[in-house]
Design a protein around this ligand. Structure first.
Ligand code: ADP
Length: 271
């Protein structure tokens, strides 16, 4: 779309001509549309749990409280939707912090294996409940990467959490690393439901989901992968995904840290 401005050329008080200035405003329009879509998505995502919480609270106040079994069920529904709201608000805050650059990212040498172990400990209950096997042996001896430790942890939490969410009971998730030149690539591979090829190009967009109902049911906000992408790009890295029918693998490539720590420099045992 071209926006044309006619600018009069004035010399002293005499009009001597006009110049046409062309601005390509398709980018501006596109950004404006993305902003409107985002606001609409946020409103929708927030309104759904609020409506549910309000509805069940009203039902409880109108008498369901007197029936303990029913009341118990309704309160737990309220609780789970309040949890959902909290995750959504927390993810939105993270995204806005990342986008505004309000919180500068640290860049220190981080041990990938230690970080992954910590994440597995954080998600231990979920991993156990879902009956998924998580294998970190491919990260042993991985070189350190240059990253913000808290943000790298968040990247691995989001990828591992997705791998667990979208892998049926009995499946497995494998983390490994490979090293090439000055880069370290961390791969998170699962044996789960996979991602159709038509959805792969859009999977890192905010609120883009293959199956919204399934994502919500699993406690997803639709923002996890866009947070991953933002963090990795802010650290000068890249993210990508591969999926063919069954299972998915997410790859995060970051700069290898210059370190004198011999353990950290040991060759990777990646498979
Ligand atoms: P969500 O909170 O919905 O999981 P994400 O941004 O983390 O949001 O992921 C976006 C979508 O990508 C998910 O809704 C799901 O459809 C798909 N997805 C992400 N990770 C996986 C995975 N490991 N296996 C299958 N699908 C996945």
């Amino acid at each position: 779309t071209l926006l044309v401005h006619w600018v009069p050329l004035v010399e002293c008080t005499m009009l001597t001509g006009v110049v046409a200035v062309f601005h390509d405003i398709s980018d501006i329009r596109h950004m404006e549309k993305m902003r409107r879509d985002f606001v609409a998505n946020v409103s929708h995502e927030l309104r759904t749990p609020i409506t549910i919480i309000k509805g069940y609270a009203e039902t409880l106040l109108r008498g369901a409280l007197e029936h303990p079994i029913q009341a118990n069920k309704f309160v737990s529904i309220v609780h789970s939707h309040a949890d959902r709201l909290a995750s959504l608000v927390s993810d939105l805050l993270t995204l806005s912090q990342l986008e505004s650059g309000a919180v500068p990212l640290d860049a220190t040498s981080v041990q990938v294996h230690d970080t992954a172990q910590h994440v597995v400990a954080l998600l231990e209950q979920k991993i156990r409940e879902r009956g998924i096997r998580v294998d970190l042996t491919g990260l042993e001896g991985a070189p350190c990467v240059m990253a913000d430790p808290g943000r790298l942890e968040q990247v691995i939490v989001n990828l591992l959490d997705n791998a667990i969410k979208y892998t049926p009971t009995g499946g497995s998730v494998t983390l490994r690393s490979t090293c090439e030149g000055g880069n370290v690539t961390i791969a998170v591979q699962d044996t789960g439901i996979g991602i159709p090829s038509k959805d792969l190009p859009r999977i890192f967009e905010r609120f883009y989901r293959v199956d919204s109902a399934r994502s919500r049911e699993a406690g997803g906000t639709g923002l996890g992968l866009s947070i991953v992408k933002h963090i990795v790009q802010l650290q000068g890295g890249t993210v990508s995904v591969q999926s063919s029918g069954q299972g998915s693998t997410f790859f995060v490539t970051l700069n290898r840290a210059e370190t004198s720590d011999s353990a950290a420099l040991a060759p990777t045992t990646a498979q």
